[in-house]
Design a protein around this ligand. Structure first.
Ligand code: XIL
Length: 322
């Protein structure tokens, strides 16, 4: 059983995982990270974010991103760029809100342009068919309205087109995505995404894909994933599951682990069923390095491998889903 082999056999481009630079000194961890039978794609979970790449105005640092790209290239794995325009893990100098509209527009344009250009052709060099960026991250509130970030409040909705156009100019071949969570099933939030993409398409703003993060809860996987993915695809964009993990209350029990297996299977089967769902990325692969326990109190065990790097039932749920 191997996750990427099964994904490929189902017509998908890749199965992949996020990783982070501090983890790369863990040798048993890296040995599995490099296993292309399971992972043909990698997303850096922190090192391409604004705080890391432009910590002060005009001062760029690509060290962490470069390290992950180097590892991926060596192993012929695709890399997904993450992310240009996001309200979180921003740099203080942007977050402070000291810029007027025109200045912030040029700051955002310059950031996206420089970031995407730096990794142009590096990202996914091993496959000329695939080169993708989460250009805009988490622009929505749960009710489908736009999140009031420093970008939205200062620039207005056009910050999204500014970021997408800058990315297009920097790397014309890259697939440009807008990415968010709680977009899996039909909901006011996923309606908001569908409407935004429709509008961007009508205005000829470059947009190629919708990224569905997939931060889910055991026993609470939406029943309308397939329908929602299909209506996204029908807008003329591709869909990717970009940050899949399915968390549970700790400690894990046999029942919870079995339910988690079913839940992974359900999500994977929905991607399989929609032709334009091109691939799936889990948000790291072992519970040892999951972001969940640090952010959701009392929850965790969200990934297909446990903290000892041993496969959980969830692993076989993914296999069954493909
Ligand atoms: C998370 C990282 O995994 C953590 O290490 C970091 O402390 C916070 O961010 N949505 C996203 C990701 O788009 O960038 C987030 O990653 C998880 C939620």
């Amino acid at each position: 059983a191997q996750l990427n082999l099964f994904a490929r056999a189902s017509g998908k481009l890749y199965f992949g995982t996020a990783t982070d630079n501090p983890e790369l000194s863990d040798r048993p961890y890296v040995a599995q990270l490099k296993n292309t039978l399971d992972f043909a794609q990698i997303t850096p979970s922190n090192s391409m974010k604004w705080f890391a790449t432009e910590p002060s105005r005009g001062v760029f640092n690509f060290t962490g991103g470069d390290e992950i790209v180097r590892l991926a290239k060596k192993n012929k794995q695709l890399v997904r760029g993450h992310t240009c325009a996001w309200h979180s893990q921003l740099a203080d100098w942007v977050e402070a809100g000291n810029f007027d509209k025109k200045t912030l527009e040029s700051v955002l344009d310059n950031h996206c342009r420089t970031l995407v250009k730096h990794f142009k052709g590096e990202i996914c060099k091993s496959s000329p068919k695939f080169d993708a960026w989460d250009v805009v991250n988490e622009p929505f509130n749960e009710d489908g309205t736009f999140r009031e970030t420093v970008f939205y409040n200062t620039i207005g909705l056009s910050y999204i087109s500014t970021a997408l156009r800058a990315a297009r100019a920097a790397d014309p071949k890259a697939k440009l995505y807008i990415n968010d969570y709680n977009l899996e099933g039909l909901s006011p939030k996923s309606d908001g995404m569908a409407n935004l993409v429709k509008k961007l398409k009508a205005e000829r703003v470059p947009i190629d894909g919708i990224g569905v993060q997939g931060h889910l809860i055991v026993g609470q996987v939406p029943t309308t994933i397939k329908e929602n993915f299909q209506r996204f695809a029908d807008l003329g964009v591709e869909v990717a599951i970009t940050e899949l993990d399915i968390r549970m209350p700790l400690p894990p029990t046999r029942e919870l682990l079995e339910q988690q297996k079913k839940d992974y299977q359900t999500v994977i089967a929905a991607c399989k069923a929609v032709k334009k769902c091109i691939g799936v990325t889990i948000w790291d692969w072992t519970d040892k390095y999951s972001w969940v326990p640090g952010v959701f109190e009392g929850e965790g065990a969200a990934l297909p491998w446990d903290e000892n790097l041993t496969k959980k039932p969830a692993y076989y749920g993914i296999v069954d889903g493909w």
